[in-house]
Design a protein around this ligand. Structure first.
Ligand SMILES: *[C@@H]1O[C@H](CO)[C@@H](O)[C@H](O)[C@H]1NC(C)=O
Ligand SMILES: *[C@@H]1O[C@H](CO)[C@@H](O)[C@H](O)[C@H]1NC(C)=O
Ligand SMILES: *[C@@H]1O[C@H](CO)[C@@H](O)[C@H](O)[C@H]1NC(C)=O
Length: 275
């Protein structure tokens, strides 16, 4: 009887550990949906040389091993997401990430500091740290790591104080980061490679000076107290400008830029709050 019970427990334990990862073929791009479970979720995306994708998901932070390779070695880990797991430090990551990871998403956790350096992969391109309400500082180590980073998202981190930003950033999302109280503003000027910037929801009354070489294509300024946009911000490369929920008094300053031939330009203005 004991023996049978033992066998039974053995098989239950075994099948649970195999079920820890749920892997499927998936065509969706991981960063395209912003819907998140309340539940702790670790998501790994593998991409093959032929651009096929395999996505593996688990809900256990206690998982100790990476998914079993049910697919051939053509596949490399490309994206790693760990969301809503109450992560306090990176030491809690259950395993080391391979050097092939380009996208790292640590949103919806409880990190208070973050250091971009070993043991994190050194070829990271996109880093998301949204919704870490205690996050104060990020250290970008002075090596190749920060030179390759081109996307950084820090949405809804109201305590964030940065003393530097990676120099080659193209996409930066600072939505709802309490920027009025923050030294980040003076750092924006150094980011001449930026093409996508969001400063939405920050109670801004004015914008800092921007470097003339910066060629923004997307600029989201919605939900601030801006009355005027300096022409330095309206480079002719600009395709999408969101000015909804501001205090823009006159569109005079647009006239110069609007006369340029830009068929794709979209100007979002709030028709109500023109006071
Ligand atoms: C694995 O994921 C698929 C698709 O999300 C789901 O339908 C299925 O129930 C999951 N299987 C397990 C064992 O969790
Ligand atoms: C600008 O940001 C707000 C807040 O995140 C968002 O709701 C809005 O869709 C964005 N606008 C554009 C044009 O992307
Ligand atoms: C504006 O640009 C479009 C597309 O680049 C071009 O087809 C069109 O002739 C241009 N119009 C003028 C007035 O320059």
């Amino acid at each position: 009887m004991m023996f049978i019970l033992f066998i039974f427990l053995f098989f239950v334990g075994k099948s649970q550990s195999l079920d820890e990862w749920n892997c499927t073929e998936n065509k969706h791009f991981l960063f395209s949906n912003d819907q998140l479970n309340e539940q702790c979720t670790i998501t790994i995306e593998y991409i093959s040389l032929q651009h096929y994708k395999q996505i593996c998901i688990t809900h256990r932070l206690s998982v100790k091993t990476l998914p079993l390779p049910s697919f051939n070695s053509n596949y490399a880990m490309h994206t790693f997401k760990i969301n809503s797991c109450q992560l306090l430090t990176l030491n809690q990551l259950p395993f080391l990430l391979p050097a092939t990871v380009e996208n790292l998403d640590l949103s919806y956790n409880l990190l208070s500091t973050f250091t971009l350096s070993f043991p994190l992969p050194s070829y990271l391109k996109y880093l998301r740290l949204d919704h870490n309400p205690n996050l104060i500082d990020i250290k970008f180590s002075h090596n190749n790591g920060q030179q390759r980073l081109i996307g950084l998202s820090l949405r809804y981190n109201k305590k964030i104080r940065l003393s530097s930003l990676p120099p080659y950033l193209k996409q930066l999302d600072l939505t709802d980061c309490n920027l009025l109280q923050s030294p980040i503003f003076s750092l924006l000027r150094s980011l001449t490679k930026l093409t996508h910037l969001s400063l939405a929801d920050n109670q801004l009354k004015q914008l800092p000076i921007i470097d003339k070489r910066t060629q923004l294509e997307y600029l989201n300024l919605s939900n601030n107290y801006l009355t005027y946009i300096d022409s330095g911000w309206l480079h002719k490369s600009l395709k999408i400008l969101d000015l909804t929920f501001n205090r823009i008094e006159s569109t005079e300053f647009f006239h110069e830029i609007l006369t340029m031939n830009q068929t794709v330009k979209q100007i979002y203005r709030d028709p109500v709050s023109t006071n």
